[in-house]
Write a protein that binds this ligand. Structure first.
Ligand SMILES: C[S@@+](CC[C@H](N)C(=O)[O-])C[C@H]1O[C@@H](n2cnc3c(N)ncnc32)[C@H](O)[C@@H]1O
Length: 395
């Protein structure tokens, strides 16, 4: 294993020295008054950690080395990868990682041997409280390989409670959901007795939830887990969907995503040759076109469509060509797209820039992508039209 700030005592010494030296100004300014904060070391010996889906490590390594040439691969376990900053600008808690596959990331501070008290001491030495505590365990299984009944994060629930029971009042916020500018202490259970400690300052490039796993409940009547995928995607993109909007989903069966959209008050047209679940089919705001997308005539679609959703289990290039024709029909009213692109073959990762260009060519701006916690071997892609951006900005 690569040695990073090897001992707890060493880490405390570094942290308290920095406490005296580096106070970081953050927005909004009133926070600085009430909550002076200290960042970890920012020199080129600093390491970066990133977590990802099990199986996506190589895709993550490739894109990080490509997008951030000063980072070199260091220690790696399934679902957990670290990088060493070999040159300036180094890594600190405010480092911005450009990555589709990194679910979480931050500056590495060291490791502890599952020692709850050591985590508390680290937090105390690090900054003026309160900190956000994000403690979670790396994924143990690839989405398709998880044994029946496996619940991601089960390992961390107990440790979380113990640390919170031990901590001095005011050291950690009681709520885990980070807000802009918060300094977050990341504790990642990499192996049962090896916990990696890191930190990041919360910004829009980070999820506010520990391990980037938002607690979205799956309704009993959801026909599929795609309900969670679309809900997480909407949350991640902060997509400005509104009740009364119309969405078209290509690849809609059995209907998890459609149900999520219907629950949000949207009208939904589902395109899929397969059967929809009765709970969706019977909804009065739902219409099913039971055919492959290539056989759908554009006139069959509503005149005004705000959101295009894509979740077909075919190669992404072919899927995008297929929806092109339908999106063209919606150009005057479309606000945005929520696409799931399947990566059944990891070689497809090389083509992601081409796929993103394709989405931009449909008239979408600010195209962003992420492999979300609820994604299988696939990524979520979001884009907004100029009209969608105007809605986001408000009147
Ligand atoms: C992952 S499932 C979709 C799950 C769905 N979004 C949900 O929320 O439950 C993929 C779907 O794509 C559909 N599909 C595959 N090729 C298609 C095509 N050319 N046109 C429309 N649907 C297609 C399949 O029939 C399948 O139901």
């Amino acid at each position: 294993m690569v040695a990073i700030s090897p001992t707890h005592a060493h880490w405390c010494m570094v942290a308290s020295t920095l406490e005296a030296q580096h106070f970081v100004r953050i927005n909004p300014p009133e926070r600085v008054e009430s909550k002076p904060v200290t960042d970890p070391p920012t020199d080129k010996r600093t390491f970066l950690f990133a977590t990802c889906q099990v199986g996506a490590e190589q895709a993550l390594k490739d894109e990080i080395v490509r997008e951030h040439p000063h980072l070199r691969l260091a220690f790696s376990r399934p679902g957990f990868v670290t990088f060493k900053a070999a040159a300036a600008p180094g890594v600190d808690s405010q480092f911005v990682l450009d990555s589709v596959f990194a679910r979480t990331y931050g500056a590495c501070l060291g490791t502890v041997t599952a020692d709850r008290a050591a985590v508390i001491d680290m937090a105390k030495a690090m900054t003026s409280p309160p900190l956000r505590l994000h403690l979670w365990s790396r994924d143990l299984h690839a989405p398709r390989d998880a044994p029946l009944g496996y619940v991601p994060g089960e390992l961390s629930a107990h440790a979380n409670q113990e640390i919170r029971a031990l901590h001095a009042t005011g050291l950690f916020h009681s709520d885990v959901v980070a807000t802009l500018g918060d300094l977050v202490l990341d504790v990642i259970i990499v192996d049962e007795d090896v916990w990696w400690i890191g930190c990041h300052r919360h910004s829009p490039t980070h999820s506010p939830y520990p391990g980037a796993r938002p607690p979205i409940p799956l309704p009993r009547n959801a026909p599929s887990r795609a309900y969670l995928k679309i809900e997480e995607g909407i949350l991640w993109a902060d997509a400005p969907l509104q009740s009364g909007d119309t969405a078209v989903e290509v690849g809609s069966a059995p209907g998890g995503a459609c149900l999520a959209l219907l629950d949000r008050g949207l009208r939904v047209v589902g395109i899929d040759p397969a059967a929809m679940h009765p709970s969706v089919l019977s909804h009065r705001a739902f219409r099913h076109i039971q055919r492959p997308m290539a056989l759908v005539r554009r006139e069959e679609l509503p005149a005004s469509v705000q959101w295009m959703v894509l979740d077909v289990n075919i190669e992404p290039g072919a899927a995008l060509i297929g929806v092109d024709r339908l999106v063209a029909r919606m150009r005057d009213t479309l606000l945005g797209v929520l696409f799931t692109l399947k990566l059944n073959n990891w070689q497809l990762v090389q083509q992601l820039p081409r796929f993103f260009d394709h989405v931009r060519a449909m008239g979408l701006h600010d195209v962003t992508a992420k492999q979300l916690a609820n994604n299988g071997r696939e990524i979520f892609v979001y884009g907004e039209t100029a009209k969608g951006m105007a809605r986001r900005r408000g009147p």
